[in-house]
Design a protein around this ligand. Structure first.
Ligand SMILES: Nc1ncnc2c1ncn2[C@@H]1O[C@H](COP(=O)(O)OP(=O)(O)O)[C@@H](O)[C@H]1O
Ligand SMILES: [Mg+2]
Length: 238
């Protein structure tokens, strides 16, 4: 297991958000993390990256307990996050946004990354704020890759994107999987996540309420209706 989150409790101030949450990602796996708005998905990723460390529990990465390790150190040992807000520097160019993340020894250098994302190469001297939502998402993924991660945490990469662009993001995730990048994929777009994932967790109120394969989740109409809004007016919403 590359990531083994055991029984974590995470707070924002007095707000107790994660309650004994446990999940794991095996080497080379794409694991989906689903659940309704406010369930604690982003908080789970922030717990792993050290942005909001847990108060209790352990987070094993490659066998080492990293719970509470500072965010910059977590990044250095090979975990990268693509945040929901993408966090592109709007007044820096594409090239500058990528250069910032450059790291010696990473298997993704400027050339490798631009080879994979030709649309970014075309926009190299454009400022972040001049990019479309899809280009910003690609830039956020590309920037995360520059750090050379073995584990990539993706927070709602499909958010706000047109269906064709969502397909491009899915292709990127498949390709990264073929290059043995392990991924934890948070999505509101359950259909997208289920198409990509080897395994899936559904969380609610900061705790795991379902764990299994995409097929077993699809078959569990109780869970999909209760926690994913499938069958309600939210069904199929991006
Ligand atoms: N910075 C924060 N301060 C206080 N509460 C927060 C903060 N961020 C999120 N929360 C609360 O934590 C809970 C889980 O949020 P989050 O992890 O962002 O959910 P999700 O990503 O599943 O939509 C929500 O009730 C949310 O209101
Ligand atoms: Mg979120």
């Amino acid at each position: 297991m590359i990531l083994d989150v055991r029984n974590i409790d995470t707070y924002y101030g007095l707000g107790h958000i994660l309650h004994g949450l446990s999940l794991g990602v095996n080497e080379g796996e794409v694991v989906a993390l689903l659940g309704r708005n406010g369930a604690g998905k982003t908080t789970t990723l922030r717990s792993v990256t050290g942005l909001t460390p847990p108060k209790k529990g352990e987070i094993f990465y490659k066998g080492r307990n990293i719970a509470g390790l500072e965010a910059h150190k977590v990044s250095r040992i090979g975990i990268a996050m693509v945040p929901e807000t993408r966090d592109i520097f709007s007044y820096l160019t594409v090239k500058e946004n990528l250069s910032i993340a450059e790291r010696r020894g990473s298997r993704w250098q400027m050339d490798t990354v631009l080879g994979r994302f030709p649309s970014l190469r075309e926009r190299l001297n454009n400022k972040g704020r001049e990019l479309s939502g899809g280009e910003q998402e690609m830039l956020a993924i590309a920037r995360a890759l520059m750090t050379g991660p073995d584990l990539l945490l993706l927070d709602e990469p499909s958010q706000g994107l047109a269906p064709l662009v969502v397909n491009a993001v899915m292709d990127t995730i498949r390709e990264l999987k073929s290059q043995h990048v392990s991924m934890l994929l948070v999505e509101q777009n359950a259909e997208m996540a289920l198409q990509l994932a080897d395994r899936v967790y559904v969380i609610d109120h900061g705790t795991v309420v379902f764990e299994g394969t995409p097929a077993s989740l699809r078959a569990d109409t109780n869970v999909t209706a209760t926690y994913l809004g499938v069958g309600s007016e939210n069904a199929g919403e991006a």
